[in-house]
Design a protein around this ligand. Sequence first.
Ligand code: APR
Length: 234
Amino acid sequence: MNAIDPMNYEKIVFFTGAGMSAESGIPTYRGRGGVWKQYNWEEYACQDAFNDDPRKVLKFHELRRKAVLECEPHAGHHVIARLAKSHSGITVVTQNIDGMHQRAGNRNILELHGSLWRLRCPTHGIFEDIGETYERYRCEQCDAWLRPDIVWFGDSLDPEITRMSVISIAQCDLFVSIGTSGVVWPAAGYPEVARKNGAFCIEINPELNQMSHLYDESIRQTAGNALPLIFPEH
Ligand code: APR
């Protein structure tokens, strides 16, 4: 693994998945101890589950918020935040809903799968709610149940976030994918988008997956170990 000088690249995309937050103590979805091993997503992470029992779904997301608030961003998050401050061509596209990039000081994160820290009323829109428990379960104006502003199974992605992500990825000359299993679409297709533009594509993931062949270099280390080595502070 060689160190990279980010200044040799004009546009860099960091594309992150649950493995990015694993060393902070936030479980991934599919690996050992993964969220979808412990919980059945059909009961907690789809619109039907919410329609059947909104309180149960909101309580589940409160548990996840509590778990995330007990964690801190790690060295890898801080490396990305530092680079974003010194290089104007950096975009972070994440599948994570945990807000850890923001807590490390990153701004303007493209959150493909929404956020644990927002709620949505079907009529009155989206708003931030950042405590351990939700401030309220129902809309103050119309009393509708508020749902987490998260892309659940069966939901569509926000077309504007997707559009901005694809534009950034299609234009980058360095694509760094970190901690994603590459099974959830359309995000799983993003390495191919970067490759088509001739970007140098790096994967940081201790484990091989079905998209690994798309990368020019695969670094079989954890995010917290690899990022400070690849992007050392000068
Ligand atoms: N550093 C880097 N990668 C890691 C680490 C680590 N410390 N620990 C685990 N990984 C890797 C695993 O090897 C795995 O390939 O992170 C990946 C996590 O995969 P998933 O749990 O499937 O997470 P992700 O790819 O982000 O899932 C995509 O699925 O249900 C959803 O909406 C949810 O955004 C999520 C989406």
